[in-house]
Design a binder for this molecule. Sequence first.
Ligand code: HEC
Length: 263
Amino acid sequence: MRFALPLGLVLGLALAAPAAAETTPPLKDVHFSFEGPFGTFNRADLQHGFQVYKEVCSACHSLNRVAFHTLSEEGGPSFTDAEMKAIARGYNVPAGPNEQGETTDDKGQPLMRPATPSDHFPPPFANEQAARTANGGALPPDLSLIVKAREGGPQYVYSLITSFGEKPPAGHVVPDGKYYNPYFPGGNISMPQPLTDAQVTFVDGAPNKIADEAYAVVTFLSWAAEPHLEARHRIGLGVMIFLIVLSGLLYLSYRKVWKDTPH
Ligand code: HEC
């Protein structure tokens, strides 16, 4: 019994030591236009972010809760109807059964058709197994809700995708097929560095350093996770104005009611 306490202490320290040696750095201090009670999405950022998702992230990540028609709806990237339809047509989705009732061709490949506005973004892999095989066993998560699903939200996703290529702390081992990233739990992630400077050339020639690309794609993914954020903020503002006016009216009526009462 006499040794129980020191032994426990030593064991405890030994177990705590590796964790204490590597702490996650604070998330990068980046401010997004959509944050705060009155925040709105910047249209250019949303359109650039869509381009980053399409040209980079969609090689591995699905976005299966987002339908093409929302790309031209109010509160979103605000592409024109024609642009949105062209974007949809650029993707292929599995076709329904043909006249013979077949859903695959003679080689067993699924029959495909161009997507329409009501379709959702198709996934890059046929199934989870194929996704894992292509990514060293790890599953690239669907990005539709990722900003809401991770503590730290947009700042976490931004910090994660802008922090590749850093030198790991002394003693940190990066297994084969993994990459060091100080923001990922444990420090080793199966995602290779997705962004480099000028990885994406924006259609309007906007700056395209890693930080710009990351800012844009995080804005786009934040919209995907909450497409009605702007409407919610507008309603919030309306409710506040209503409450302020109501308080004023109540105060005036209070004054009037009590005006002639001696007190
Ligand atoms: C080459 C494939 C590939 C590309 C391209 C790629 N990712 Fe990933 N991503 C992965 C894999 C694999 C994982 C799972 C990592 C793991 O579990 O170790 C992942 C995980 C993530 C995660 C989740 C991290 C967490 O906390 O669980 C986010 C967020 C993410 N990727 C964002 C992006 C964004 C944004 C882009 C585009 C700029 C992108 N990824 C491009 C393969 C990729």
